[in-house]
Design a protein around this ligand. Sequence first.
Ligand code: NAP
Length: 253
Amino acid sequence: MSQSLNRVAVVTGAARGIGAATARRLARDGFAVAVLDLDEQSASGTAEAIVADGGTALAVAADVSDEQQVNAAVDTVAERLGPPVVLVNNAGVTRDNLLFKMSSDDWDTVLNVHLRGAFLASRAVQKYQVDQGWGRIVNLSSSSALGNRGQANYAAAKAGMQGFTKTLAIELGKFGVTVNAVAPGFIETEMTAATAARLGVDFDDFKAAAAKGIPVQRVGQPEDVANTIAFLVSDEASFVSGQVIYVAGGPLD
Ligand code: NAP
């Protein structure tokens, strides 16, 4: 997409999984991509793959729940790549447990990474977007926002992402900034592999069982989510804002 040339995108949690697929896709669409993750070495893997593919990428280390690290990382991106105008708030963790066994640390960790992380990164990036008069924010919600056994912390965070998305869409629209959420269903990544391991189920069996309940009869791949994000950050999506798009192979309430 020629409009994307030289525009700068930040993708958090982009060392692997959905974030890595999104970073690669946005780079192919012409964005210079900041690959942000906890660990610069793992972020470098995605950044090097983008550069080898002919794209522009920078690996940046930051814990998205740490205010100073996020502000410093966004300023580094602005200095090294240019003003960041696209932000994909993708970094995520799970700490699943039934409520009576869920520790306060499990609650705080999940809320801090997803919600506080999205807040801090969005606040740091919006000043560049407002200056440029153009911007896109995409937040990763989840089908778990609708409720999921063993995920009170994660469901609360992912439902919170939806309210956060709609509010930013209202506040930032007049500056040419759209804000949307994608809410994936079952996507094959290390996160879902870890869930299978925790339940003591073989991952292939876990995926096959999940696929049976999905109308398109397969689990999702990271690229399914990346493709949707690629549309939402494009110029063509300028009249789509404040929406939650389920990427789940079927309808969800
Ligand atoms: P993943 O494979 O576990 O990748 C998550 C990435 O986020 C990892 O690279 C991880 O880094 C990074 N990360 C974790 N905490 C961070 C922090 N504090 N600061 C910066 N980076 C951090 O997960 P995924 O399946 O691709 O999920 C990506 C997003 O989609 C998440 O928000 C998740 O909740 C959401 N989602 C996933 C699914 C699914 O089925 N997979 C469904 C719905 C929604 P480390 O490797 O260093 O820990």
